[in-house]
Write a new protein. Structure first.
Length: 278
């Protein structure tokens, strides 16, 4: 691996971000170095747009994030949505009804939604983070849908097993894509064909960047599509076993600044320090 990448695509939680959710000084410096060397860095995350504001000070001039598992492309520094692939209210309603019918009705299935306008939920949806002030709540999520829903979030009273998301995918069928971001008992549904890889591929193609010139870094099952598409893929030291099996290389954990290792290598190759043959 002697050629510098043109693009590094990195997940955030469990990957670029340390366990406490911060960007380490070393990683921040590596982001700047890579950008200065001409390597484009794109954040590719399950996070919705509203969760990306805290990263603005660290993105230098390359501040683009593919967020919500591929449903939107965001200019992090300004919050401007550059592209979106959300689900229509009709599609979300069909998915909601299908899941309720399969898993015990509205008493057993609890839903929430993410859109460009933020978060909305049913009253019994268990949110693992602090709810935004003024979060809209309705008995059925269908009452709160915006024109484009980035993610439909699903929790259930059924027994949570390691195959929760796989079971949900069977129920959803061809109506959407179920992603597993590593949160126990949480399914994240995007529209048909919407994945991290699909949106990243579109972004790269628009800039004339071939998959062979892309390095991708991730830790969770929802990163698998991106890791499989990129020419070179890195599994974090703290990665899910499926990610270890799929990636072509490994790096240190997020606690040990594994992404900084990758970015520093990319920057050194691009600068010619390590003899890039690009």
């Amino acid at each position: 691996m002697t050629r510098a990448p043109r693009l590094v695509a990195t997940d955030l939680d469990g990957t670029l971000l340390r366990p406490d959710g911060t960007v380490s000084p070393r990683t921040a410096a590596a982001l700047v170095r890579a950008a200065d060397a001409g390597v484009e860095v794109v954040f590719v995350t399950a996070r919705p747009p509203r969760w990306l504001q805290q990263l603005a000070p660290h993105v230098a001039g390359h501040g683009v994030a593919i967020c919500a598992n591929g449903a939107a492309v965001l200019e992090v520094g300004t919050g401007r949505v550059l592209a979106e692939r959300g689900m229509s209210p009709e599609v979300v309603a069909r998915i909601a009804e299908r899941v309720r019918a399969a898993w015990g009705g509205p008493q057993a299935v609890h839903l929430a939604a993410e859109s460009v306008d933020g978060f909305a939920q049913e009253p019994r949806f268990r949110y693992p983070h602090d709810e935004p002030p003024g979060t809209p709540v309705a008995v059925r999520i269908e009452e709160l849908l915006r024109p484009a829903t980035y993610k439909l979030l699903v929790r259930s009273t059924r027994l949570v097993t390691p195959t929760f998301c796989d079971e949900l995918a069977v129920v959803v069928g061809d109506l959407g894509i179920v992603a597993d971001s590593g949160a126990s008992g949480l399914g994240e549904i995007s529209g048909p064909g919407v994945t991290k890889a699909a949106t990243l591929a579109d972004w790269a193609a628009a800039r004339g960047i071939d998959p062979a010139d892309v390095w991708a870094v991730g830790d969770a099952p929802n990163d698998l599509s991106m890791l499989g598409w990129a020419g070179t893929s890195f599994a974090m030291g703290n990665a899910h076993p499926a990610v270890f099996a799929a990636a072509t290389r490994r790096c240190a954990s997020n606690a040990d600044d594994g992404v900084a290792d990758v970015l520093e290598l990319a920057g050194a190759l691009a600068e010619g320090v390590l003899g890039s043959s690009r």
